[in-house]
Design a protein around this ligand. Structure first.
Ligand SMILES: *Cc1c(COP(=O)(O)O)cnc(C)c1O
Length: 322
């Protein structure tokens, strides 16, 4: 579907990232630039390789890596950049690719939230040396349990990733190296093959829902709706608003039977998991503000117009009743 030369099935999306990092040779002493606002997979896999995640703040409108901040993070130890296409919106791949070329860095795309998102008309996952996907049940294409994959046009990298995910072997007992067991379960593969033909239709349904939300909520001053940068086709894995009095709004909607979620309640550098770096929230001002303001509204395919309008009505009620 993406047109890449190779697609390697993995046990989950986190393994896809870990295997990609291992395959490009990330190891001790290396640094990898990664966004400060994401799911923890895009930083923990760097640490798992023994390398250092170099957190970089995100752009306040796309919520993805801010390209203006990347260059100042590059050191002689920098080996790669992980671009996360957060919520289904592509990172600025043009600028990120330019920087990676200039400093001879590998580009890994984390497409776990961006199945068939495009940038300049081309699907994400095909820009970097490696693209990593998750098929966790909640993703735009989800299995019944865990699954993931890695895509790449580089046949050498593909072979290494295949080996690393299968105990270092391509065939039984052919262990050229040590690896891990990250095979995609056959049952999950069958489910994904059956669901794959529906992905475009489901993405279109998310896009329609998002458009109606923007129409209804876009004029409210208490809310910021997502901005789709013109080169993007956003696939709205999540529909994330920034909301004044976010926590009270979330509680109010819950009391009305409307489930919302927070992706994510803490920027990565502010997590206890990264206390060793001694960061302060002011080191990542955008990410540290987003953690307090973002709220994900229901956007799943099959959400009815009535349900969506009901969510919008309740949000209006919350703000008009003070
Ligand atoms: C879901 C997700 C992952 C990890 O995928 P798993 O299949 O849950 O391991 C990685 N990165 C991002 C941005 C994700 O949303």
């Amino acid at each position: 579907m993406l047109g890449t030369g190779n697609c390697i099935a993995t046990g989950n999306g986190t393994d896809a990232l870990f295997l990609a990092l291992r395959a490009i040779g990330v190891s001790r002493e290396d640094e990898v630039i990664t966004p400060a606002f994401s799911w923890i997979s895009s930083s923990e896999t760097i640490s798992l390789c023994g390398a250092r995640p170099v957190f970089t703040d995100v752009d306040p409108t796309t919520y993805c890596l801010d390209p203006h901040l990347i260059e100042q993070q590059v050191t002689p130890r920098t080996k790669a950049v992980i671009a996360v296409h957060l919520y289904g919106h592509s990172a600025n791949l043009e600028e990120i690719q330019r920087i990676c070329h200039k400093y001879h860095l590998f580009l890994i795309e984390d497409c776990a939230q961006a199945h068939l998102t495009t940038f300049n008309g081309r699907p994400v996952g095909t820009f970097g040396h490696v693209g990593c996907f998750s098929f966790y049940p909640t993703k735009n294409l989800g299995a019944l349990g865990d699954a993931g994959c890695v895509v790449t046009d580089d046949d050498g990298l593909a072979t290494t990733i295949r080996r690393l995910g299968n105990h270092g072997a391509l065939q039984k007992d052919d262990h050229l190296m040590e690896g891990i067991n990250s095979r995609m379960d056959t049952v999950q593969a069958a489910v994904l093959l059956a669901k794959l033909p529906f992905l475009k239709k489901w993405n279109a349904s998310r896009q329609q829902n998002a458009a109606r939300y923007c129409e209804r909520l876009g004029r409210m001053r208490q809310i910021t709706v997502p901005v789709v940068e013109p080169r993007n086709r956003h696939t709205f894995h999540l529909f994330v608003i920034q909301a004044q009095r976010r926590d009270q709004l979330k509680d109010y909607l819950a009391s009305q039977g409307i489930e919302t979620m927070i992706h994510y309640p803490s920027a990565l550098p502010n997590l206890p998991a990264y206390a060793r770096f001694g960061f302060r929230p002011s080191d990542f001002p955008v990410a540290s503000r987003l953690q307090d303001d973002v709220l994900s509204l229901p956007v799943f395919p099959g959400l009815t117009t009535d349900e969506l309008d009901h969510v919008c009505d309740k949000i209006e009620d919350f703000y008009t009743s003070g």
